[in-house]
Write a protein that binds this ligand. Structure first.
Ligand SMILES: N[C@@H](CCC(=O)N[C@@H](CS)C(=O)NCC(=O)O)C(=O)O
Length: 120
């Protein structure tokens, strides 16, 4: 990974706002819900970086699937979502139906509406 990416990641870690904090019961409920999500990304992608930061600030655990480190993940993404663009959020509904959400803004909007302060 290029040095500037390391610097940007370190900058985020040092200057970032504090993640949302929940009570243990609420966090356990949220963790159960986020276990059905996976983010396809790669480290140096600036759009992915922003979504990863938002995930951290929302205090949620989302499985990270790096398409550069794991080529099988890239294949999954293309087969399921239809294109190899990242970031992409894989969302599995309660009925098992899978939705592939592209576009960093849409992903952040979705996660914030669901898990942000006052979210559903
Ligand atoms: N508008 C998109 C841009 C995402 C984007 O350009 N991602 C790049 C990596 S930084 C990518 O996946 N390019 C490969 C492709 O589009 O096939 C967003 O905000 O998510």
């Amino acid at each position: 990974m290029p040095i500037f990416v390391w610097l940007l990641l370190a900058w985020d870690a040092v200057t970032g706002r504090r993640p949302l904090v929940r009570g243990a019961e609420e966090q356990a409920r949220v963790d159960g819900e986020t276990s059905t999500l996976a983010l396809y990304h790669f480290q140096a992608c600036p759009y992915c970086r922003k979504v990863r930061r938002d995930v951290r600030l929302l205090g949620i655990g989302v499985e990270m699937r790096d398409i550069k480190r794991e080529p099988a993940r890239r294949e999954e993404l293309v087969a399921g979502g239809g294109k190899k663009q990242v970031p992409c959020l894989r969302i599995m509904g309660a009925d098992g139906a899978v939705r592939w959400l592209y576009e960093s803004r849409e992903i952040t909007r979705y996660l914030t509406e669901r898990f942000g302060p006052g979210g559903s």
